[in-house]
Design a protein around this ligand. Structure first.
Ligand code: DX5
Ligand code: ZN
Length: 213
């Protein structure tokens, strides 16, 4: 599956962006929320997201790069989000937060930064519907893919298999048409793509290319 990230969209023309997006081959719309504390950048907040949620006809994949994400479970659910993902590094009580997300009717995702090992997920993997592996340090679009992520996808696929978890594997950051096949072979289910979709000469065609891989 392909989940283009709104972070690289033209914010001055969001309704036009959503028009092509809705008829494209994209599976989910990935939404990156930043707080300037957990990551060194601020993206957009709920007033903008509410508008995007009204325009978008595809499932919303919400990635919170913020401290204390549990404070916003209700707001994310109110958007009608399909997935809400929180960072392992931001949640001392991860088991409780994942339960709150599921109770609110969403799929619960856990995100790992590049320096956080997959092995730390062994006691939570069966409570997660999705694991998002960051393949760049979060905070900005357009960064270079960290190649070690391919190895982490393989480790995560093995952990999912041996634990009987049904979690999907998603990869986020620096994903291109060149490295996407490697990630899929390693076991990734969902690929987030910001600049390689929205900065392409024809974003709708870029989605079609990812979808045909
Ligand atoms: C990075 C965000 C990503 C970002 C990906 O902090 O989590 O979702 O939009 O953008 P690209 O694909 O350009 O690396
Ligand atoms: Zn993201």
């Amino acid at each position: 599956m392909i989940a283009p990230s709104l972070l690289s969209a033209d914010f001055a023309h969001l309704s036009q962006e959503m028009e092509w997006f809705n008829r494209s081959k994209a599976d989910w719309l990935h939404l990156d929320i930043m707080d300037g504390v957990f990551v060194p950048n601020i993206s957009f907040g709920f007033p903008v997201l509410k508008y995007v949620a009204e325009l978008c006809t595809k499932p919303l994949d919400v990635h919170l790069m913020i401290v204390q994400p549990e404070k916003f479970v209700r707001e994310v659910a109110a958007l009608g989000a399909h997935v809400m993902s929180v960072h392992y590094e931001a949640c001392p009580h991860l088991h409780r937060v994942l339960g709150q997300i599921r109770d609110a009717g969403m799929k619960a995702g856990v995100v790992l930064n590049p320096a956080t090992p997959v092995s730390l997920l062994s006691d939570i993997i069966c409570d997660a519907d999705l694991v998002l592996l960051m393949s760049v340090n979060p905070g900005f679009g357009g960064q270079k893919f960290i190649p070690h992520t391919v190895e982490k996808v393989k480790q995560l696929r093995a952990l999912i298999q041996e634990s009987g978890s049904k979690a999907l594997i998603e990869v986020d950051g620096g994903v291109t048409l060149e490295n996407a096949p490697l990630l899929m072979q390693a076991g990734a289910d969902v690929l987030v793509a910001g600049s390689s979709v929205f900065n392409a000469p024809n974003p709708e065609e870029a989605c079609a290319r990812f979808a045909s891989l």
